[in-house]
Design a protein around this ligand. Structure first.
Ligand code: 13P
Ligand code: SF4
Length: 306
């Protein structure tokens, strides 16, 4: 049954000239039919290089918007039109415009988890894997970092020569994890290394053996000589690592680390969006040339510096 659905997807991808991108928080059955799987930074680069005239982004809306910004000539589709990222959508462009007015001498650094409308007002975009490098190499001393206070706080702690302003906000999923969860997981698995995403609270990040993006965490675990790992990011990464490294042991830091927006994308959903391509624009990311031009500035800056 699953194999039949996957075969139909592979056939439609070819017929309709679609490149399928999957964020690594998606389930294994979807990653298997994707042309590229990765973190948001890797996917944003792959999208720009893909030769196909259509791209289907399996993930959440800001990721599909980013693909469209990088490939305006392509038709870009999202795997589920209701899949958003609460962190990306928590601040309105008007709120950001007001802060910029009050703080006119700050460069605005946006985590890639922001809507395209917010990106229009930002100077440089960053991902969890490029944030530290990009911010520490900026000439500007006064920075406003949006929207994730945890990632922003992590950068602030590691880049001491800059005045970094943060706005209250973050990922509701990674924010669920506490130092107590770390204590319990360490007690249960005393020989395991703790690998966490910088979207987690500072009290959790401080206790980690490694801090990095989803791809960073996966690479670290695969390359390490150690055999046991506690994973402090979305629990699909635990699933992928168990599959990729059957000789190692992976434990979720918390059962609560599940992003319900990412889970909206299913293999049958991917099939129905592929079927609809060319017939309806229900799942298509539509933006004007003007919107694309403005929002792309901070993405181009990221690619130049990343
Ligand atoms: P990555 O940049 O690690 O892919 O993170 C995206 C995200 O949404 C993490 O919650
Ligand atoms: Fe957004 Fe958090 Fe889900 Fe990532 S895990 S997509 S930051 S809500």
């Amino acid at each position: 049954m699953l194999r039949d659905i996957q075969d139909e997807i592979l056939k439609l991808k070819k017929e309709k000239d679609v490149c399928v991108l999957a964020h690594s928080y998606l389930s294994h059955d979807i990653c298997e039919i994707a042309d590229f799987v990765g973190d948001s930074f890797a996917l944003s680069k792959k999208a720009a290089q893909a030769p196909n005239k259509n791209v289907l982004m399996c993930g959440v809306k800001f990721m599909a918007e980013t693909v469209k910004l990088l490939s305006p000539e392509k038709r870009v589709y999202i795997s589920d039109s209701c899949a958003g990222c609460p962190m990306a959508e928590q601040m309105t462009p008007q709120e950001l415009a007001d802060i910029k007015k009050a703080e006119p001498d700050r460069k605005v650094v946006a985590y890639i988890n922001t809507t395209a409308a917010l990106k229009e007002l930002c100077d440089v975009c960053v991902t969890s894997s490029s944030a530290l490098k990009i911010v520490s190499e900026m000439d500007d001393k006064k920075i406003l970092f949006i929207p994730d206070c945890n990632l922003g706080g992590y950068i602030k702690d590691n880049v001491k020569d800059k005045d970094i302003m943060l706005i209250n906000g973050g990922c509701p999923i990674h924010n669920r994890v506490t130092a107590k969860d770390v204590e319990e997981a360490r007690k249960l698995h005393p020989n395991a290394l703790l690998l966490v995403h910088p979207e987690c609270k500072p009290e959790v990040v401080k206790l980690a053996d490694y801090v990095g993006s989803t791809a960073g965490i996966m690479d670290f675990a695969k390359e390490s000589d150690e055999k046991e790992f506690i994973i402090g990011t979305e629990n699909s990464i635990v699933e992928h690592l168990r599959f990729d490294c059957p000789d190692k042991k992976f434990y979720p830091l918390s059962k609560e680390l599940i992003c319900s927006d990412m889970k909206l994308t299913t293999i049958t959903g991917v099939l129905s969006v592929l079927k609809s391509i060319g017939e309806t624009d229900e799942n298509e990311i539509l933006m004007t040339d003007e919107q694309i031009k403005k929002a792309r500035v901070c993405i181009d800056e990221m690619l130049k510096r990343g």
